[in-house]
Write a protein that binds this ligand. Structure first.
Ligand code: FPP
Length: 246
């Protein structure tokens, strides 16, 4: 069934170069089964594997996943600890597999706030997978888009004070080059699961012209087939980037 969709999307048109995903609904998935919330996050790891495989199969070059926001630090300590533990578990379990499939992992966010164990794991997977050519996987952890833009503004101000840049040279490109996502093109497609119609402080600059796709499916239930459906829908969209058709 999902292979049939894969064949269709390959014939249909171009695949997004970069997909970003807000993985939402783990808590509701757990509540629906009378399970503690951390078990919903645990179930969400399977969906992470599914979308990585789906991107490799369909030829998507960059996948950016919103795994933990700066706002998420305010959740109960038991849930924050569970999510950080999951991150370490995910890295320990998946690093060999990701390297074997030539996936390079980068972690975007305020990593200073991570506990030493999580920080070590993050640095390790980045080093172990460096040079992977098939898929760039960005995990956004302790991430806030506004904080990212503030960081770029601060950097530019410091460079201006030091005389390395003049304010008249500050353009969109200058800002984009100072964001975490500088090495990659902007996302073409944003997927949000669980039906919520929000951006939630995710990639505010980079999503300027992304196509938005919201599905009611809860993140732990999201599969390769759902990813292919989103790509097929993307291929039906008429992207005009603010212009009129010629
Ligand atoms: C949002 O669901 C999801 C998160 C805050 C965490 C996402 C984490 C994972 C998918 C698992 C780990 C992934 C990696 C890469 C280690 P929610 O808790 O806000 O759900 P709710 O809105 O239903 O309560």
């Amino acid at each position: 069934m999902s292979d049939d969709l894969l064949r269709r999307l390959k014939v249909h048109g171009s695949v997004p170069a970069h997909i970003a995903i807000i993985m939402d609904g783990n808590g509701r998935w757990a509540r629906g089964r009378a399970l503690p919330r951390p078990l919903g996050h645990h179930a969400g790891m399977r969906a992470v594997r599914e979308v990585i495989q789906g991107c490799l199969d369909s030829g998507v070059g960059v996948l950016t996943l919103f795994a933990f926001s700066q706002e998420n630090w305010q959740r109960p300590a038991v849930e924050v600890d569970a999510l950080m533990g999951l991150l370490e578990e995910y890295i320990a379990r998946e690093v060999d597999n990701l390297r074997a499939r030539s996936v390079s992992v980068r972690v975007l966010g305020d990593l200073e706030r991570l506990a030493p164990g999580a920080r070590k794991a993050v640095d390790w997977i980045v080093a172990q997978t460096a040079g992977g050519q098939e898929l760039a996987l960005n995990l956004c952890i302790s991430y806030s888009a506004r904080a990212e833009i503030v960081g770029a503004a601060r950097q530019l101000a410091e460079e201006a004070v030091a005389g390395r840049i003049v304010p008249a040279e500050i353009d969109e490109e200058a800002i984009a080059r100072r964001l975490y996502t500088a090495p990659w093109p902007d996302p073409d497609l944003l997927i949000r699961t669980s039906g919520e119609m929000r951006i939630s402080n995710f990639l505010l600059w980079q999503l300027a012209y992304a196509e938005l796709y919201v599905t009611p499916v809860l993140w732990p239930d999201f599969t390769r087939r759902h990813l292919f459906e989103a790509i097929l829908e993307f291929q039906r969209r008429d992207r005009r980037f603010g212009r009129v058709p010629v």
